[in-house]
Design a protein around this ligand. Structure first.
Ligand code: FMN
Length: 405
């Protein structure tokens, strides 16, 4: 028979820990997010549906994105036990510069739509985290304004080459003058992908005032208040725009873009040049032959070609083919630091993330991006420790493989 007694106050006190009262609602929300998927859930609950879907969605049946995420679910690690992992160093070099993590913030258009703090907030977190930040040609902050707001960040510029080559060259020169050190040409967008969620939501920039929009204002007054009381959305390079995203993309993208253009870019851009959107070994070899410094195995986060090759599956063969000549990065579907560790073990020097930080931005502005970066860093360090690896050089090919199913 168990003897019962009344608990003493000193024994109860540890159960009654209260959360600090000074926290705002946003801080409490973010502190409760245990991973990037939680940040996504918060974002989904707090954002107008059309904005959340613009970020979260992908092209057509969304199979490219689904398969990328599913492939990371098939990673199997090979840990070593009985190793001293009391100090784990996840830093690396990216384009010759020290980076605190094998991670890069990917270019994402329209960032001020997700939160009025926009691109500068993301770049500030990149600077604090010690990783590069990439500003998109479709960014809603100009290269000059970004540089003025975050002078210490390591800044890269992502280029969509326009039909008007002189205008493109002028834009690149602006970026260079503003302190952007590397140029990333995106090549997986010869025409606009079809993102059906945007079509169904009637998504446009600026949002059209329809009955549905008015209903949304009632549901998400905070977002609309921020939108209407801060600087209107303008684009890094285009100025004001009135129309659908697909119409803008068709104006922005040049369907004639080819290897001659890449060679031209190589001639006029003196700094490191990267090509983003390589998906096969054949193209990886051809792009490397032009003399670029890095390539990104990417299908644009599944937002362009549906049923595209899965980047993490293509990575080992591409790294084997060109890794000795150029740096190889990968992106698409990364939601966890363990995904980054697996990609590095499978041949990537670094990974780009897009949605992972955008979910954070939507969930809580700059603090949400910081939460995303902190979660990724912790997951990277913990995974390396559990693998028995203390630095990125130890992330060799035998450390991770993709199971068949
Ligand atoms: C909302 C959004 C906007 C994007 N805009 C651009 C862009 O302007 N230029 C570009 O090269 N890639 C763009 N991308 C693709 C990202 O750079 C990156 O390749 C992709 O997000 C990686 O997949 P992940 O989101 O699963 O990490 C965008 C992605 C998202 C989600």
């Amino acid at each position: 028979m168990t003897e019962r007694r009344l608990p003493r106050w000193s024994e109860l006190r540890p159960y009654l820990r209260t959360k600090p009262l000074s926290r705002t609602a946003v801080e409490r929300r973010l502190a409760g997010a245990a991973d990037i998927a939680d940040l996504r859930d918060i974002a989904r609950r707090h954002m107008p549906r059309a904005v959340f879907d613009y970020v979260d969605g992908a092209a057509e049946t969304e199979s490219s994105l689904r398969r990328s995420r599913e492939a990371f679910g098939r990673v199997e690690f090979a840990p070593s036990v009985l190793r001293d992992v009391s100090s784990v160093d996840p830093s690396t070099t990216i384009l010759g510069q020290r980076a605190a993590l094998p991670l890069i913030f990917a270019p994402t258009g329209f960032t001020r739509l997700m939160h009025h703090e926009g691109e500068p907030a993301v770049a500030r977190v990149a600077e604090r985290t010690g990783i590069p930040y990439t500003l998109s040609t479709m960014g809603t902050t100009s290269p000059e304004d970004l540089a003025a707001a975050v002078p210490g960040a390591q800044k890269w510029f992502q280029l969509y080459l326009w039909r008007d080559r002189d205008a493109s060259q002028a834009l690149i020169e602006r970026a260079r003058a503003a302190g952007f050190t590397a140029l990333m040409l995106t090549v997986d967008t010869p025409v606009a992908g079809s993102r059906l969620r945007d079509v169904r939501n009637g998504f446009s920039i600026p949002p059209a005032l329809t009955a549905r929009t008015l209903a949304d204002i009632a549901l998400h007054p905070g977002w609309w208040f921020d939108k209407l009381t801060t600087e209107p959305l303008t684009f890094a390079s285009l100025g004001a725009w009135h129309g659908t995203i697909a119409e803008m993309i068709d104006k922005m993208f040049d369907s004639t873009l080819d290897y001659d253009d890449l060679a031209w870019l190589r001639r006029i851009w003196p700094g490191p040049l990267m090509v983003k959107g390589v998906q096969t070994v054949v193209d990886a070899r051809a792009v490397s032959d032009v003399g670029v410094d890095a390539l990104i195995v990417s299908n644009h986060g599944g937002r362009q070609l549906d049923r595209a090759p899965v980047p993490i599956e293509q990575l080992p063969a591409i790294a084997d083919a060109v890794g000795g000549r150029v740096e190889v990065y990968v992106d698409g579907g990364i939601m966890n630091g363990g995904d980054v560790v697996a990609a590095v073990a499978m041949g990537a020097r670094a990974c780009l993330v897009g949605r992972a930080y955008l979910y954070g931005l939507m969930a809580g502005g700059e603090a949400g991006v910081q939460r995303a970066a902190d979660l990724l860093r912790r997951e990277i360090v913990r995974t390396m420790g559990l693998l028995g690896v203390t630095d990125v050089a130890g992330l060799t090919r035998d450390r991770a493989r993709l199971r068949e199913r």
